[in-house]
Design a protein around this ligand. Structure first.
Ligand SMILES: Nc1ncnc2c1ncn2[C@@H]1O[C@H](COP(=O)(O)OP(=O)(O)OP(=O)(O)O)[C@@H](O)[C@H]1O
Ligand SMILES: [Mg+2]
Length: 333
C-alpha cells in the first residue's frame, strides 16, 4: 500500500507529476492550435505542482533543521532527555525515534560506568582506610613487638585483597575493550585444562577437597589463552571458596560437534535463587559470602571474556546442593 506520509513516496509522486507535465506540454504543443484553453490547462497544472513541491520541500527541510537544532542541545549532562516535537510518521519521525533509543542506550551505559567508578572507589577506599586506622591505632602508644607484628600481618592481608581487586579491575577493563578476536592464537584447550587441574588441586588441598578431571583429547580453539585460563581459574576459585571441607570438585572437558564444553561442578553451598540473576554483575556478592574474601568481580570478568570469544556461560545451582558452571566455546579444526 502507498504510504502518503513517507517522504520517499511524496517525492516520488511529485517526480511522476513533473514527468506528466512535461509529456502534457509536448502533447499540447503539438495540438496547440486545435485544443481550446490548452495554455490555461498547462499553466494550471504547473502551478499546482509548484505549490505541492514547495510544501513538501519546506516541510522536509523544516523538520530536518528542527531535529538538528535539538540534537545540538544534547550533551553528556542531559543524555536522559528525549527529542520531542511535532515529528510525523515519515522518515524524519523514524530517525527521531531511532535517535531517542540511541540516547537511551547511551544514558544507560553512562549510568553503568558511573556506578562502576563509584563501586571501584568504594572497594579501594575501604581496605585503605582500614590499613590507615590500624597504623594510627598502633602508633597511638608504645606497644609490644607481638602487637606490631599482628598489625603488619593484618595489613598484608588487606593489601593482598587490594591488589587482587586492582588486578580484577584491570582484567575487566581489558575484557571490555573492543579487541578483535583475530588477534587470538590457536591453542590446545586440553593442555590448558590439564594445567589448570594441577592448580585446582593446589588450591583445594587446604580444604581437603577432592578434584577430579575428565577430559577429551586434543581440542583446539582460537583465542587468548591466558584470559581463558583466568576465566576457568575464577570458576575453580569459586568452587573451592564456596565448598565445605572435604568437598568434591569435578572438571569436565567435552566435545560437541563444533563446540568445547568445560564444566566446573562443585557440591558446595550453592546459590540462592534470588542471587542467580545477579551473580554476573560487577561487584555483586551473594548473600552468604560474609566470611569469604572476594570483591564480586570474578564472574563479571569471566562472562565478558567468554563473550569476547563468542562463547557462552551456563549456570545451574541449587542452594545447599552445589553449583555447575558450563563454559561453551567454539572449536577450531
Ligand atoms: N561455585 C559457587 N558456589 C556458590 N556460590 C557461588 C559460586 N560461584 C559464585 N557464587 C556466588 O556468586 C557471587 C559472585 O561471584 P564472583 O566470583 O563474581 O565474586 P566473588 O567470588 O564473591 O569475589 P571475587 O571472585 O571477585 O574474588 C559470589 O559472591 C557467590 O555468592
Ligand atoms: Mg569469585
Amino acid at each position: 500500500m502507498i504510504n502518503l506520509k513517507s517522504i520517499k513516496t511524496r517525492l516520488f509522486l511529485w517526480y511522476i507529476g513533473s514527468l506528466m507535465i512535461v509529456i502534457a506540454y509536448f502533447l499540447l504543443f503539438i495540438h496547440y492550435f486545435t485544443l481550446p484553453y490548452a495554455i490555461h490547462i498547462l499553466i494550471g497544472i504547473f502551478i499546482i505542482l509548484a505549490i505541492a513541491q514547495f510544501i513538501t520541500l519546506f516541510k522536509i527541510t523544516k523538520s530536518i533543521s528542527t531535529l538538528s537544532s535539538k540534537i545540538k542541545l544534547i550533551s553528556s549532562e542531559n543524555l536522559e532527555e528525549k527529542i520531542t516535537g511535532t515529528f510525523g510518521e515519515d522518515e524524519i519521525g523514524e530517525l527521531t525515534h531511532s535517535f531517542n533509543s540511541l540516547l537511551d542506550r547511551l544514558h544507560q551505559a553512562f549510568k553503568r560506568e558511573q556506578q562502576f567508578i563509584a563501586d571501584v572507589a568504594h572497594e579501594l577506599k575501604t581496605p585503605l582506610s582500614t590499613i590507615k586506622s590500624a597504623f594510627e591505632v598502633a602508633l597511638s602508644k608504645p606497644r609490644s613487638i607481638k602487637e606490631y607484628e599482628k598489625v603488619i600481618e593484618e595489613s598484608i592481608i588487606e593489601t593482598d585483597q587490594l591488589s587482587q581487586t586492582l588486578k580484577n579491575i584491570l582484567d575487566l577493563a581489558w575484557s571490555e575493550t573492543p579487541v578483535s578476536q583475530n588477534n587470538g592464537k590457536k591453542f590446545n584447550l586440553t593442555e590448558l585444562v590439564a594445567d589448570l587441574y594441577e592448580i585446582a588441586q593446589k588450591l583445594a588441598v587446604k580444604k581437603k577437597i577432592e578434584v577430579i578431571l575428565s577430559s577429551a583429547p586434543d581440542m583446539f580453539i582460537i583465542g587468548f589463552k591466558e584470559k581463558l585460563a583466568r576465566v576457568l581459574l575464577n570458576l575453580i576459585d569459586n568452587a573451592v571458596k564456596y565448598s565445605p571441607q572435604r568437598g568434591k570438585i569435578e572438571i569436565i572437558l567435552e566435545k560437541s560437534p563444533t563446540k568445547a564444553l568445560i564444566s566446573i561442578i562443585d557440591n558446595g553451598q550453592g546459590i540462592a535463587e534470588e542471587d542467580l540473576p545477579q551473580i554476573f554483575n560487577r561487584f555483586y556478592r551473594g548473600s552468604k559470602t560474609d566470611k569469604v574474601l572476594g570483591s564480586g568481580l570474578g564472574l563479571a570478568i569471566a562472562k565478558s571474556i567468554i563473550t569476547l570469544h563468542h562463547g557462552e556461560m551456563i549456570v545451574k545451582s541449587k542452594k545447599g546442593k552445589g553449583s555447575t558452571f558450563v563454559v561453551v566455546l567454539p572449536l577450531t579444526s
